[in-house]
Design a protein around this ligand. Structure first.
Ligand code: NAP
Length: 281
């Protein structure tokens, strides 16, 4: 793993030595210069530093929603219905790190169904950091669904370390809400009809004390988060693969009238995979 951006001067070599302090790059807050431009394996602690959530303002922590997605060179967000074939070991390390930093992982029901989501695993490497940050052992998983057509016998609902949340609308089928709650899930209403309003979802999670928000998609959910203006940051892995075909891209659904501009905060590289981080301007 090496850092391509922000670019640093020769002091970079110092930063590349384990335990050495990162150089002052003069970058904006959040444009972390952790790690270095020398290609070597980064520890999970270094990745956690590079992907730290923004420091809270004096008035207290505001919700910050980042998305973590992977795309091929030709824009495919999945291959044969899953993202795993276009991912890599380094991508999975960053995936795990982003979970290690988050209070909650928001995910669309179709991704849960297709990828067979399981509860988040406790990771020794993040235990002390999470405790110091006032976080539970793992992030909660928050499944967004209007149909609640989910298999509530899955471990995701019956045996997570912290209760799984189900975000849905007020008009959701009462028997499905009851089934979710019976399984141990916490149902959070964040919409007046069948669907979830992304702005309300972010507010509802903040009211539960969850402000370090991470979404893992999928594309139909991410599109709504983009259009509703609640997405603060995109951690995008560009996978050095071409798939052709008609796979979804990372965000779908109705488009914005005017494209939304994001600014590059950092860019890492390993084995041809690019790990970018863009923040809203
Ligand atoms: N490349 C990547 O990084 C990445 C990441 C994640 C997923 N994926 C891939 O993307 C595919 C699945 O993504 P997808 O876009 O089809 O589906 P998705 O966004 O994961 O889930 C769509 C479902 O979420 C629920 N939903 C979405 N918006 C909602 C709202 N506003 N209110 C209530 N419920 C809402 C609905 O569930 P109900 O039908 O239950 O009502 C909807 O059918 C899979 O192939 C997966 O592998 C790729």
């Amino acid at each position: 793993m090496r850092r391509l951006f922000p670019v640093t001067d020769e002091t970079d070599e110092t930063a590349a030595r384990p335990g050495a302090p990162a150089p002052d790059t003069g970058q904006a807050p959040g444009a972390s210069a952790a790690g270095g431009s020398v290609d070597r394996e980064w520890s999970l602690e270094e990745l956690a530093e590079a992907y730290a959530y923004p420091e809270p303002p004096p008035g207290g922590r505001e919700p910050w929603l980042r998305a973590n997605m992977v795309s091929t060179l030709d824009g495919a967000a999945q291959h044969e219905g899953r993202s795993h074939p276009i991912s890599s070991a380094a991508d999975m390390r960053i995936f795990g790190t982003l979970r290690g930093l988050a209070d909650v992982v928001i995910v669309g029901a179709e991704t849960v169904r297709q990828e067979g989501y399981r509860p988040a695993r406790e990771r020794e490497a993040f235990a002390a950091m999470r405790e110091a940050a006032g976080q539970g052992p793992v992030p909660a998983i928050a499944v967004v669904s209007s149909s609640l057509e989910l298999d509530f016998s899955w471990p995701l609902f019956t045996s997570p370390l912290v209760p799984t949340l189900v975000l849905t609308g007020a008009a959701a089928a009462p028997d499905r809400v009851a089934a979710a709650e019976k399984a141990g899930a916490r149902v959070v209403i964040a919409g007046d009809g069948m669907g979830v309003d992304p702005v309300r979802a972010v507010r509802a999670l903040a009211e539960l004390g969850m402000t370090r928000l991470l979404t893992e998609g999928g594309p139909r959910l991410l599109g709504q988060l983009v259009v509703s203006g609640v997405l603060d940051e995109l951690c995008l892995t560009v996978s050095p693969m071409l798939t052709a075909g008609d796979a979804q891209r990372i965000a779908g659904g109705p488009s914005l009238t005017v494209p939304k501009r994001f600014a590059l905060a950092s860019l890492l590289e390993e084995e041809g995979f690019l790990f970018s981080r863009y923040r809203r301007t």
